[in-house]
Ligand binder design. Structure first.
Ligand code: ZN
Length: 56
């Protein structure tokens, strides 16, 4: 996790980049993890936004 210079649109708190992991179960009973990067508010307002590649 690293600090970035962004503000939460909900509460004005700082946003940090965090990894969000999801476990998906396949039809054959196996499962795999998918991870993506999200912006997450350090305050507890619950704001979270997926990091977009074309962020500029
Ligand atoms: Zn917030």
């Amino acid at each position: 996790m690293k600090n970035i210079d962004r503000q939460c649109p909900e509460c004005g708190g700082q946003l940090v980049i965090d990894a969000w992991e999801t476990v998906n179960t396949n039809d054959d009973g196996t499962f795999h993890m998918e991870s993506s990067l999200v912006y997450k508010c350090i305050q507890r307002c619950g704001y979270m936004k997926e990091v977009e590649d074309d962020d500029s």
